[in-house]
Design a protein around this ligand. Structure first.
Ligand code: CU
Length: 167
């Protein structure tokens, strides 16, 4: 008799604990989830500085190549820039950036978008002003794209596109 009472008491207690436990954890989970995402959004947003403005009159250009020119591979490509400082990548500085060369990878990259890093999107984050590339015979499109210290494109204002014909 004593045993039975004890057993049912434990069983009920156990069930109650189970119920309250699960409902409690459910509420905590959803609240915590909302809180963390909210906190993350508020913390991340101000830490990244906006894309620096493009100085009026600034431009990039191919120093040694003309649009439509017939060239040989390997091809030396010289990057020209005016009206904005050339610097190494790493930190965001106003009126400053570095070159990128896009090989058959389209025109300029939209302002604020990070320039991809692959075999057709070359970064010159050490402030280089020239490179040598290998191209297959035929027509190729080359785009020079300037971007800020964290590789965010300055957009079409600081881009130049030419086509070359490789013999
Ligand atoms: Cu870059």
């Amino acid at each position: 008799m004593k045993k039975l009472v004890f057993f049912s008491f434990v069983l009920m207690g156990g069930l109650a604990a189970c119920n309250s436990g699960s409902s409690k954890s459910n509420t905590t989970d959803s609240t915590m989830g909302a809180d963390t995402s909210k906190a993350a959004a508020t913390v991340t947003a101000p830490t990244v500085a906006p894309l620096p403005e493009v100085p009026v009159g600034a431009k990039v250009f191919f120093k040694n190549l003309k649009n439509g020119e017939t060239v040989k591979s390997p091809l030396k490509v010289e990057f020209g820039v005016e009206g904005i400082a050339l610097d190494t990548a790493g930190t965001i500085k106003p009126a400053s950036g570095h070159h990128h060369l896009l090989i058959d990878a389209g025109d300029s990259i939209a302002a604020g978008i990070v320039v991809p890093k692959d075999s057709t999107h070359l970064h010159f984050g050490k402030a280089q002003t020239e490179t040598e590339i290998k191209l297959t015979p035929g027509e190729h499109q080359l785009t020079l794209q300037y971007a800020d210290g964290i590789h965010r494109s300055y957009g079409s204002k600081l881009a130049a596109t030419i086509k070359v014909k490789v013999k």
